[in-house]
Design a protein around this ligand. Structure first.
Ligand SMILES: Nc1ncnc2c1ncn2[C@@H]1O[C@H](COP(=O)(O)OP(=O)(O)OP(=O)(O)O)[C@@H](O)[C@H]1O
Ligand SMILES: [Mg+2]
Length: 504
């Protein structure tokens, strides 16, 4: 039974067609995957379904009757709730207030705090979010904020639940819990629309698939059972001949000042309550993965090298045997790059053009050396990155905030790689990036290592860890439980040791 149907949806932004005649029908008790490359139009369709934007053309119908939503609150009143890609939470309000942004009249205007808490508790515990409801949302981690947004949608008890990359900020156990919840909702006859770049996950869960390419539906409500992951990828990228030509090697001119080379070293490093007596050495040119369950200490290693945290005991030395300066800013000046998948938290200037963002880090370095930075040169370099990473944009003058989520993440990468860092710290660098661009980004990371950078990679994507890293250090309770390389480096070993510390 079709609950919500969109037909002929078109949305044009200043000459760019984000979506042309997009369509999707959401069935009760079924999960519909909405897939496509970065910038294909997925979030645009999601925003139309959830009342966040009005389409230029096209219609929505609910239970067979035409409907139009004034805004997202109106959609919620009609039983359509959304978990948006760029989380829409109030950082200055506490968790509870965020869970009830609109006091719905049908539940009574005087919904009291105790009733709200009672309704929220079971949902939060099913999601595995254990926080005090009075915590300010701004103080939560990205993964926790994602769970708050999901909980908010679930509390509305929607008939149609639309999730735009809901697991991109979650670790494995968080994703598994969410997928479990979606399976239960499906049994309860809820219609689910699920946007994700993690194709294995989608294919396990969904019943039907719609694929968008360049704003057009190339697969519409196809039966999942008839398709392999390969079929879906081909639909997303288009036939080989239609794809953009292989990027030319010289698209980005090499920067004159390469990284200095040398090892990154941690010696007997202890951070009280977080790491105990950790030692590691990463030579220039090597890509080393760090992983573990939340709180196991692997992310603290990145924070130590970035100057965001000081060791209680022990030493951390950058290549060239230099100490880590205090604070992120100085660490950046010392050649440390920090690429995080939390692009909102890591300073893109959303109202500035692409070329300014891409050239930002390098320009700061050059200016410090007294070099006059020519804008035309920055623009030209930015164009090279746009081509190489296939950043979907009008041109490098476009405001960065107008790019799709995955394309913004590519800009974050471009900006750091452009600075030829000596140490590249990556924390889920390809979160939200589509399959094609992911391979491209992995190439760029390998190239940075090849140029002599030290690379430390934390990732919730096991595939990324095993394919990209020379070695992976598995952390357990603040210690390195295993150093895996060669034959030993496989996903099973990582999961097993993360959970057990390596004991049978
Ligand atoms: N407000 C806007 N102004 C201008 N262009 C926009 C705006 N919103 C989206 N676009 C453009 O529309 C196209 C589709 O964007 P959309 O966000 O729907 O992509 P997506 O499929 O969700 O990609 P991703 O996987 O990266 O999230 C992109 O080229 C994007 O730059
Ligand atoms: Mg999107």
């Amino acid at each position: 039974m079709t609950v919500l149907r969109a037909q002929g949806i078109t949305k044009v932004y200043g000459g760019v067609t984000a979506l042309a005649h997009g369509a999707i029908s959401v069935e009760a008790g079924s999960v519909h995957a909405l897939l496509g490359e970065n910038g294909a139009g997925k979030s645009t369709l999601v925003k139309v379904l959830s009342g966040a934007i009005r389409p230029d053309a096209g219609t929505l119908s609910l239970d067979g009757r035409p409907v139009s939503f004034h805004d997202t609150a109106d959609a919620v009143r009609h039983g359509v709730a959304v978990v948006s890609q760029e989380l829409n939470l109030f950082p200055d309000l506490d968790v509870l207030a965020n869970l009830y942004p609109l006091r719905e009249p049908r539940r009574g205007p005087f919904l009291n705090r105790r009733a709200m808490v009672a309704a929220a508790r079971p949902i939060l515990s099913r999601l595995g979010l254990e926080v005090d409801l009075r915590t300010l949302v701004g103080d939560l981690s990205l993964g926790q904020r994602q769970l708050v947004e999901i909980a908010r949608a679930l509390i509305a008890e929607p008939r149609v639940l639309v999730l735009d990359e809901p697991t991109s900020a979650l670790d494995r156990s968080g994703s598994d819990r969410l997928l479990g919840i979606l399976r239960v909702l499906r049994e309860q006859r809820v219609g689910v629309v699920f946007v994700s770049h993690i194709l294995e996950e989608v294919m396990q869960l969904c019943d039907t698939i719609t694929v968008l390419r360049d704003g057009q539906a190339v697969l519409m409500g196809a039966d999942r059972a008839d398709l392999s992951i390969d079929d879906v990828v081909t639909a997303m990228l288009g036939p080989r001949s239609a794809r953009s030509p292989e990027p030319v090697e010289s698209a980005v001119p090499p920067s004159p000042d390469g990284p200095p080379g040398g090892d990154l070293r941690l010696e007997a490093v202890t951070v009280d309550g977080v790491l105990s007596d950790v030692g590691l050495r990463v030579p220039a040119g090597e890509i080393v993965g760090v992983t573990g369950l939340a709180g196991s200490g692997h992310l603290a290693v990145l924070e130590l090298v970035a100057g965001l945290r000081r060791p209680t005991r022990g030493t951390v030395r950058l290549p060239g045997d230099r100490p880590v300066p205090r604070g992120l800013r100085r660490a950046i000046a010392a050649g440390v790059a920090v690429v995080s998948g939390d692009r909102r938290g890591r300073g893109l200037m959303l109202d500035k053009p692409l070329w300014e963002n891409i050239g930002q880090v390098r320009a700061i370095g050059l200016r410090r050396d007294g070099v006059i930075v020519r804008r035309s040169a920055l623009r030209a370099r930015a164009r090279g990155h746009v081509e190489r990473l296939r950043i979907r944009c009008r041109d490098v003058e476009q405001r960065t905030g107008l790019l799709s989520g995955g394309n913004q993440q590519k800009v974050v990468l471009a900006k750091w790689l452009d600075a030829s860092p000596a140490v590249l710290l990556l924390d889920d660098p390809t979160r939200g990036v589509d399959v094609g661009a992911k391979a491209e980004i992995h190439e760029l990371i390998r190239a940075a290592a090849g140029d002599g950078a030290v690379v430390l990679l934390a990732s919730t994507d096991l595939d990324e860890l095993t394919t990209l890293c020379d070695r992976v250090l598995v952390f357990h309770r603040g210690k390195i439980a295993a150093r895996l390389s060669g034959e030993e480096l496989d996903q099973h070993a990582i999961v097993f040791i993360s959970n057990t510390g390596g004991r049978q």
